[in-house]
Design a protein around this ligand. Structure first.
Ligand code: ADP
Length: 266
Protein backbone atom coordinates (compact mmCIF):
# COMPACT_ATOMS: atom_id res chain seq x y z
CA UNK A 1 0.00 0.00 0.00
CA UNK A 2 1.15 3.53 -0.79
CA UNK A 3 0.25 6.37 1.52
CA UNK A 4 1.00 10.05 0.89
CA UNK A 5 0.08 12.51 3.64
CA UNK A 6 0.15 16.28 3.05
CA UNK A 7 2.95 15.80 0.56
CA UNK A 8 4.65 19.03 -0.47
CA UNK A 9 7.54 19.70 -2.85
CA UNK A 10 8.89 23.19 -3.34
CA UNK A 11 11.79 23.84 -5.72
CA UNK A 12 14.00 26.86 -5.20
CA UNK A 13 15.46 28.01 -8.50
CA UNK A 14 17.14 31.12 -9.87
CA UNK A 15 13.76 32.34 -11.06
CA UNK A 16 12.07 31.84 -7.67
CA UNK A 17 10.12 29.20 -5.76
CA UNK A 18 7.90 26.67 -7.50
CA UNK A 19 5.32 24.68 -5.54
CA UNK A 20 5.33 21.56 -7.70
CA UNK A 21 3.28 19.39 -5.30
CA UNK A 22 0.97 21.14 -2.86
CA UNK A 23 -0.33 19.03 -0.03
CA UNK A 24 -1.22 15.75 -1.76
CA UNK A 25 -3.12 13.16 0.29
CA UNK A 26 -3.34 9.85 -1.54
CA UNK A 27 -3.79 6.22 -0.52
CA UNK A 28 -3.42 3.42 -3.05
CA UNK A 29 -4.12 -0.17 -2.09
CA UNK A 30 -1.80 -3.02 -3.01
CA UNK A 31 -2.41 -4.59 -6.39
CA UNK A 32 -4.01 -1.58 -8.05
CA UNK A 33 -3.08 -0.13 -11.42
CA UNK A 34 -3.24 3.65 -11.33
CA UNK A 35 -2.69 6.25 -14.03
CA UNK A 36 -1.47 9.68 -12.94
CA UNK A 37 -2.53 12.28 -15.49
CA UNK A 38 -2.52 16.06 -15.79
CA UNK A 39 -1.08 18.77 -18.02
CA UNK A 40 2.66 19.18 -18.33
CA UNK A 41 3.94 20.94 -15.21
CA UNK A 42 1.08 19.71 -13.00
CA UNK A 43 3.49 17.80 -10.74
CA UNK A 44 3.28 14.19 -12.01
CA UNK A 45 7.03 13.54 -12.12
CA UNK A 46 7.64 15.31 -8.81
CA UNK A 47 4.96 13.20 -7.10
CA UNK A 48 6.17 9.93 -8.59
CA UNK A 49 9.81 10.70 -7.74
CA UNK A 50 8.85 11.13 -4.09
CA UNK A 51 6.74 7.98 -4.02
CA UNK A 52 9.63 6.11 -5.64
CA UNK A 53 12.09 7.38 -3.02
CA UNK A 54 14.15 9.25 -5.65
CA UNK A 55 13.44 12.65 -4.13
CA UNK A 56 12.57 13.93 -0.67
CA UNK A 57 9.44 15.93 0.03
CA UNK A 58 9.78 19.46 1.40
CA UNK A 59 7.12 18.43 3.92
CA UNK A 60 4.71 15.57 4.48
CA UNK A 61 5.13 11.81 4.55
CA UNK A 62 5.21 9.00 2.02
CA UNK A 63 5.09 5.35 3.05
CA UNK A 64 5.27 2.14 1.10
CA UNK A 65 3.95 -0.95 2.86
CA UNK A 66 4.13 0.94 6.16
CA UNK A 67 7.76 2.05 5.71
CA UNK A 68 7.99 5.84 5.89
CA UNK A 69 10.61 6.81 3.28
CA UNK A 70 10.95 10.32 4.68
CA UNK A 71 12.23 9.10 8.02
CA UNK A 72 15.06 7.04 6.49
CA UNK A 73 18.67 8.07 6.01
CA UNK A 74 20.02 8.17 2.44
CA UNK A 75 21.59 4.68 2.60
CA UNK A 76 18.54 3.04 4.16
CA UNK A 77 16.26 4.74 1.64
CA UNK A 78 18.37 3.41 -1.24
CA UNK A 79 18.15 -0.14 0.13
CA UNK A 80 14.41 0.08 0.74
CA UNK A 81 13.93 1.60 -2.72
CA UNK A 82 15.85 -1.24 -4.37
CA UNK A 83 13.70 -3.81 -2.57
CA UNK A 84 10.28 -2.14 -2.76
CA UNK A 85 10.27 -0.06 -5.95
CA UNK A 86 10.76 -0.92 -9.62
CA UNK A 87 11.16 1.83 -12.21
CA UNK A 88 10.28 1.77 -15.91
CA UNK A 89 11.31 4.72 -18.07
CA UNK A 90 9.71 6.02 -21.24
CA UNK A 91 12.40 4.94 -23.70
CA UNK A 92 12.76 1.15 -23.78
CA UNK A 93 16.54 1.37 -24.27
CA UNK A 94 16.95 3.49 -21.11
CA UNK A 95 15.65 0.56 -19.05
CA UNK A 96 18.03 -2.12 -20.30
CA UNK A 97 21.72 -2.94 -20.47
CA UNK A 98 22.63 -3.51 -24.11
CA UNK A 99 25.16 -6.28 -23.52
CA UNK A 100 22.96 -8.57 -21.36
CA UNK A 101 20.43 -11.14 -22.54
CA UNK A 102 16.83 -10.81 -21.38
CA UNK A 103 17.21 -13.45 -18.67
CA UNK A 104 20.48 -11.94 -17.39
CA UNK A 105 18.87 -8.51 -17.09
CA UNK A 106 16.13 -9.96 -14.90
CA UNK A 107 18.48 -12.19 -12.88
CA UNK A 108 20.62 -9.18 -11.88
CA UNK A 109 17.64 -7.49 -10.26
CA UNK A 110 16.34 -10.79 -8.88
CA UNK A 111 19.61 -11.30 -6.98
CA UNK A 112 19.44 -7.80 -5.53
CA UNK A 113 15.95 -8.63 -4.22
CA UNK A 114 17.04 -11.95 -2.78
CA UNK A 115 15.45 -14.30 -5.35
CA UNK A 116 17.04 -16.55 -7.95
CA UNK A 117 16.97 -17.55 -11.59
CA UNK A 118 13.76 -19.58 -11.27
CA UNK A 119 11.79 -16.47 -10.29
CA UNK A 120 13.48 -14.56 -13.12
CA UNK A 121 12.44 -17.20 -15.67
CA UNK A 122 8.93 -17.28 -14.28
CA UNK A 123 8.64 -13.51 -14.55
CA UNK A 124 9.75 -13.61 -18.20
CA UNK A 125 7.10 -16.25 -18.92
CA UNK A 126 4.42 -14.28 -17.06
CA UNK A 127 5.11 -11.32 -19.33
CA UNK A 128 5.14 -13.47 -22.49
CA UNK A 129 8.92 -13.35 -22.99
CA UNK A 130 9.86 -16.93 -22.08
CA UNK A 131 10.92 -17.63 -25.68
CA UNK A 132 13.09 -14.47 -25.75
CA UNK A 133 15.19 -15.28 -22.66
CA UNK A 134 18.48 -15.59 -24.57
CA UNK A 135 18.03 -12.53 -26.78
CA UNK A 136 19.87 -9.22 -26.45
CA UNK A 137 17.77 -6.04 -26.22
CA UNK A 138 18.48 -5.00 -29.82
CA UNK A 139 17.05 -8.33 -30.99
CA UNK A 140 13.72 -7.48 -29.34
CA UNK A 141 10.91 -5.23 -30.57
CA UNK A 142 10.16 -2.00 -28.69
CA UNK A 143 7.17 -3.63 -27.02
CA UNK A 144 9.20 -6.67 -25.98
CA UNK A 145 11.91 -4.39 -24.59
CA UNK A 146 9.34 -2.54 -22.56
CA UNK A 147 7.82 -5.77 -21.22
CA UNK A 148 11.35 -6.84 -20.31
CA UNK A 149 11.70 -3.55 -18.41
CA UNK A 150 8.53 -4.44 -16.47
CA UNK A 151 9.91 -7.93 -15.83
CA UNK A 152 13.07 -6.41 -14.32
CA UNK A 153 10.98 -4.00 -12.28
CA UNK A 154 8.62 -6.70 -11.00
CA UNK A 155 10.89 -9.65 -10.24
CA UNK A 156 11.25 -10.42 -6.53
CA UNK A 157 7.87 -8.89 -5.68
CA UNK A 158 8.50 -5.20 -5.03
CA UNK A 159 5.54 -3.28 -3.61
CA UNK A 160 5.27 -0.82 -6.47
CA UNK A 161 6.33 -0.26 -10.05
CA UNK A 162 6.54 3.33 -11.21
CA UNK A 163 6.41 3.81 -14.96
CA UNK A 164 6.87 7.10 -16.76
CA UNK A 165 4.96 7.20 -20.08
CA UNK A 166 5.82 3.53 -20.75
CA UNK A 167 3.74 3.30 -23.93
CA UNK A 168 4.70 6.64 -25.50
CA UNK A 169 6.97 5.06 -28.10
CA UNK A 170 4.90 1.92 -28.82
CA UNK A 171 2.41 1.00 -31.54
CA UNK A 172 -1.08 -0.14 -30.57
CA UNK A 173 -0.39 -3.88 -30.65
CA UNK A 174 2.70 -3.52 -28.44
CA UNK A 175 0.85 -1.15 -26.13
CA UNK A 176 -1.92 -3.71 -25.67
CA UNK A 177 0.61 -6.34 -24.63
CA UNK A 178 2.35 -3.96 -22.21
CA UNK A 179 -1.06 -3.16 -20.72
CA UNK A 180 -1.78 -6.89 -20.41
CA UNK A 181 1.52 -7.16 -18.53
CA UNK A 182 0.57 -4.30 -16.20
CA UNK A 183 -2.77 -5.96 -15.44
CA UNK A 184 -1.08 -9.28 -14.76
CA UNK A 185 1.43 -7.69 -12.37
CA UNK A 186 -1.29 -5.75 -10.54
CA UNK A 187 -3.35 -8.94 -10.34
CA UNK A 188 -0.35 -10.55 -8.64
CA UNK A 189 -0.36 -7.90 -5.89
CA UNK A 190 2.08 -5.25 -7.19
CA UNK A 191 0.84 -1.66 -7.32
CA UNK A 192 1.55 -0.15 -10.75
CA UNK A 193 1.67 3.64 -11.01
CA UNK A 194 1.84 5.03 -14.54
CA UNK A 195 2.34 8.68 -15.50
CA UNK A 196 0.72 8.96 -18.90
CA UNK A 197 -1.14 10.97 -21.52
CA UNK A 198 -2.10 7.83 -23.42
CA UNK A 199 -5.88 7.26 -23.65
CA UNK A 200 -5.22 3.56 -24.35
CA UNK A 201 -3.73 3.30 -20.85
CA UNK A 202 -6.60 5.16 -19.19
CA UNK A 203 -9.08 2.59 -20.52
CA UNK A 204 -7.23 -0.25 -18.82
CA UNK A 205 -6.26 0.93 -15.32
CA UNK A 206 -8.25 0.57 -12.08
CA UNK A 207 -7.97 4.20 -11.09
CA UNK A 208 -7.11 7.56 -12.70
CA UNK A 209 -5.66 10.31 -10.50
CA UNK A 210 -5.76 13.75 -12.15
CA UNK A 211 -3.30 16.39 -10.96
CA UNK A 212 -3.75 20.09 -11.54
CA UNK A 213 -1.31 22.76 -10.31
CA UNK A 214 0.31 20.29 -7.93
CA UNK A 215 -2.92 19.14 -6.26
CA UNK A 216 -5.19 16.17 -6.89
CA UNK A 217 -8.17 17.52 -8.80
CA UNK A 218 -10.09 14.27 -9.11
CA UNK A 219 -9.93 10.52 -8.75
CA UNK A 220 -11.81 8.38 -11.26
CA UNK A 221 -12.68 4.78 -10.52
CA UNK A 222 -15.01 2.38 -12.34
CA UNK A 223 -16.17 5.24 -14.57
CA UNK A 224 -17.12 7.53 -11.67
CA UNK A 225 -15.14 10.73 -11.26
CA UNK A 226 -14.91 12.07 -7.72
CA UNK A 227 -13.52 15.45 -6.69
CA UNK A 228 -10.99 15.22 -3.89
CA UNK A 229 -11.31 17.20 -0.68
CA UNK A 230 -7.86 17.85 0.75
CA UNK A 231 -6.85 17.71 4.42
CA UNK A 232 -7.78 21.42 4.85
CA UNK A 233 -11.23 20.91 3.30
CA UNK A 234 -10.43 22.45 -0.10
CA UNK A 235 -11.91 21.19 -3.37
CA UNK A 236 -10.21 22.17 -6.62
CA UNK A 237 -12.53 23.51 -9.32
CA UNK A 238 -11.70 22.71 -12.94
CA UNK A 239 -10.46 25.75 -14.95
CA UNK A 240 -13.70 25.99 -17.01
CA UNK A 241 -15.70 26.27 -13.77
CA UNK A 242 -13.18 28.59 -12.13
CA UNK A 243 -13.68 31.03 -15.03
CA UNK A 244 -17.19 31.71 -13.68
CA UNK A 245 -15.72 33.02 -10.44
CA UNK A 246 -13.34 35.80 -11.56
CA UNK A 247 -13.42 37.49 -8.13
CA UNK A 248 -12.72 34.13 -6.47
CA UNK A 249 -15.81 34.46 -4.28
CA UNK A 250 -18.72 32.00 -4.25
CA UNK A 251 -22.01 31.38 -2.53
CA UNK A 252 -21.90 27.96 -0.95
CA UNK A 253 -24.78 26.02 0.51
CA UNK A 254 -25.08 22.67 2.27
CA UNK A 255 -28.51 21.05 1.90
CA UNK A 256 -28.57 18.62 4.83
CA UNK A 257 -31.79 16.97 3.69
CA UNK A 258 -30.46 15.98 0.27
CA UNK A 259 -26.78 15.77 1.28
CA UNK A 260 -25.93 18.22 -1.47
CA UNK A 261 -23.32 20.94 -1.47
CA UNK A 262 -23.74 23.69 -4.05
CA UNK A 263 -21.29 26.37 -5.16
CA UNK A 264 -23.00 29.31 -6.93
CA UNK A 265 -21.87 32.45 -8.66
CA UNK A 266 -22.30 35.36 -6.22
P1 ADP B 1 4.90 17.12 -14.84
O1 ADP B 1 5.61 15.84 -14.63
O2 ADP B 1 3.42 17.03 -14.63
O3 ADP B 1 5.22 17.77 -16.16
P2 ADP B 1 6.79 18.23 -12.91
O4 ADP B 1 6.68 17.52 -11.63
O5 ADP B 1 7.92 17.87 -13.83
O6 ADP B 1 5.40 18.15 -13.69
O7 ADP B 1 6.91 19.80 -12.62
C1 ADP B 1 6.02 20.51 -11.78
C2 ADP B 1 6.52 21.94 -11.65
O8 ADP B 1 7.77 21.95 -10.95
C3 ADP B 1 6.78 22.64 -12.98
O9 ADP B 1 6.43 24.00 -12.83
C4 ADP B 1 8.26 22.46 -13.17
O10 ADP B 1 8.78 23.52 -13.95
C5 ADP B 1 8.78 22.55 -11.75
N1 ADP B 1 10.01 21.77 -11.56
C6 ADP B 1 10.17 20.42 -11.72
N2 ADP B 1 11.42 20.04 -11.40
C7 ADP B 1 12.08 21.17 -11.01
C8 ADP B 1 13.42 21.45 -10.56
N3 ADP B 1 14.34 20.46 -10.42
N4 ADP B 1 13.74 22.73 -10.27
C9 ADP B 1 12.84 23.73 -10.39
N5 ADP B 1 11.56 23.54 -10.80
C10 ADP B 1 11.18 22.28 -11.11
Amino acid sequence: MIECISLLRVYESATGRVQAVRGVDLTIDAGRSVAVVGPSGSGKSSLLRMIGGLDEPTAGDVSIDGVNLVRLSGGARRRIRARLVGHVHQRPTDNLLGHLTAIDQVVRVAHRRGVGIDEAKEMLSTLGLGHRADHLPDELSGGEQQRLAFARGAVGSPAVIIADEPTAELDTASTDRVLDAIQRLAGGGITVLVATHDPRVLDRVDQIVTLRDGSIASVCEAGTELAVIDHAGRIQLPPEVRAHFPDRRANVHWDAEHHTFTVKEP
